[in-house]
Ligand binder design. Structure first.
Ligand code: CDP
Ligand code: CDP
Length: 224
């Protein structure tokens, strides 16, 4: 059994998980582990290698050949796929559309979860995703479930894309997010769900700083 301290932050797309998880990890001096980036990296690999995303066995085989690294350096958080920087590419529309299907397969998830547990066992860390509190780390020191209305979550993503100079269609974004929420919540194996012992925070009207502060306070209470 590892004695590292882990914080789980789960919730649907656009709830603020990654933004807030980064701030909390910096404040606590913990490692930030973006589990969604791992599923996105595999999805990107499948698209690039023309692997059929309907074929679980081929995806599992592809994953066994994928080295996925999550780095934090002076350039911020970066994701490497077989030593190449894919930080931007894993956020494409094409990946957004396919990632929930790729993530629905049990064999894919089992391998990803093993990698995530291994990372989390090495050092104190904040993990964000969909199944961290329910499945990956059921004994996490603190579990948080972030929510916000789908209109607010789509608005945030829309603003984010516009601020990066990317084209953005609000209606389409909202539909894509709602679709992904549905697939993530209804898959048979380790679906998106609040853990019974998670603290739920509705972030609809909260700022990033307010959410990060609330989680940091809870974490400090439980780790001191
Ligand atoms: O940032 P956003 O919330 O849009 O997505 P993400 O956290 O990067 O996750 C992308 C997708 O990966 C999710 O929609 C899920 O289908 C999948 N995922 C998962 O199944 N389990 C996780 N622990 C993390 C992500
Ligand atoms: O990781 P997840 O998909 O849950 O959300 P995110 O990528 O951290 O946040 C999506 C967008 O919402 C980012 O542009 C954040 O800056 C923004 N955000 C916000 O406006 N207010 C919050 N309370 C949280 C996030």
């Amino acid at each position: 059994m590892s004695d590292s301290v882990n914080i789980a932050i789960d919730g649907p797309a656009g709830a603020g998980k990654s933004t807030v998880a980064k701030l909390v990890s910096e404040e606590l001096g913990f490692l930030y582990i973006d589990t969604g980036a791992m599923y996105r990296a595999l999805t990107l690999a499948a698209i690039r290698e023309n692997v059929n995303t309907l074929n679980e066995r081929d995806l599992s085989e592809l994953l066994s050949q994928c080295r996925i690294q999550l780095l934090v350096d002076q350039n911020g958080s970066r994701v490497l796929l077989n030593d190449k920087d894919v930080t931007t590419d894993i956020r494409s529309d094409e990946v957004n559309k396919a990632v929930s299907l790729v993530s629905s397969y049990q064999s894919v998830r089992e391998e990803m979860v093993e990698r995530q547990r291994q990372l989390a066992s090495i050092t104190n860390s904040v993990l964000d995703g969909r199944d961290i509190g329910t499945f990956v780390l059921p004994n996490a020191r603190l579990k948080v479930f972030l929510t916000a209305t789908v209109t607010e979550r789509a608005r945030r993503r829309h603003e984010e894309q516009l601020s990066k100079g990317m084209p953005s269609d609000y209606e389409q974004l909202q539909a894509d997010i709602a679709k992904r929420d549905e697939l993530d919540s209804t898959r048979a194996f380790a679906p998106l769900k609040k853990a019974e012992d998670a603290v739920e925070i509705d972030t609809t009207t909260l700022s990033i700083a307010e959410v990060a502060q609330a989680i940091t306070d809870l974490a400090k209470e439980r780790t001191l």
